[in-house]
Design a protein around this ligand. Structure first.
Ligand code: GAR
Length: 214
């Protein structure tokens, strides 16, 4: 199957790279039709260009409102007729119209064990709270920021003396493992959002989210 995947980024694109590598290795069925960044300087654009993937920049600073930016983003994304839209470090709050348009085929990775620590500075917050474990979650995107139904997680222990940077680095390594698997499952049709609940092979994942532990 050669489903169309569009990936949105804002920065380094290390998760994008993990997905590119999995597509190249034949692990993910489908092709990356476009990588779109809201920041012209995002290093992820270079990663995409290096392997011949089409890139686009839609710089949010050039738009008067979030609504107009999102409308332009939708127009661009729809040119690629995506089966899946991936937020891979895309650091923008999306309008309800955007989220609704791609309902059930819009996924994000967030660096925390959701529902814990939605928003920013997740690693610092986990350390300050004295948590013994931290991690990352892949979820369907809904109108609630970082709040949509999770269907895969990875956890790492929080070590004594951990800094937010050291912890972020260890979590990121796990992100690169689970995100390609999540994309693979979606493109195989194994993971689906049904009535707001993620299902794997037709079985509800509510209360039973697959978790990679370290
Ligand atoms: C990743 O840690 C991702 O989980 C996080 O941004 C980083 C992007 O890194 N995303 C969020 O915080 C979304 N709320 P990358 O550009 O190297 O993939």
């Amino acid at each position: 199957m050669s489903g169309s995947i569009v990936i949105l980024i804002s920065g380094s694109g290390s998760n994008l790279q993990a997905i590119i590598d999995a597509v190249d290795a034949g692990e993910i069925t489908g092709h990356i039709s476009a990588v779109i960044s809201n920041r012209p300087e995002a290093f992820g654009l270079e990663r995409a260009k290096n392997v011949g993937i089409h890139t686009e920049v839609i710089d949010h600073t050039g738009y008067k409102s979030r609504e107009i930016f999102d409308l332009n983003l939708i127009r661009k994304i729809d040119e690629f007729e995506p089966d899946l839209v991936i937020l891979a470090g895309f650091m923008r709050i999306l309008t309800p119209d955007f989220v609704r348009r791609y309902s059930g085929k819009l996924i994000n990775i967030h660096p925390s064990l959701l529902p814990k620590y939605q928003g920013l500075h997740t690693h610092k917050r986990a350390i300050e709270a004295g948590d013994s474990e931290h991690g990352a979650s892949v979820h369907f995107v809904t109108e609630e920021l970082d709040g949509g139904p999770v269907f895969m997680q990875a956890s790492v222990p929080v070590l004594s003396g951990d800094t937010p940077e050291a912890l972020a680095q260890r979590v990121l390594i796990q992100e690169h493992k689970i995100f390609p698997i999540a994309v693979k499952w979606f493109m195989q049709g194994r993971v689906q959002l049904q009535n707001g609940t993620p299902h794997l092979d037709g079985v509800s994942l509510e209360g039973n989210i697959p978790r990679l532990t370290l």
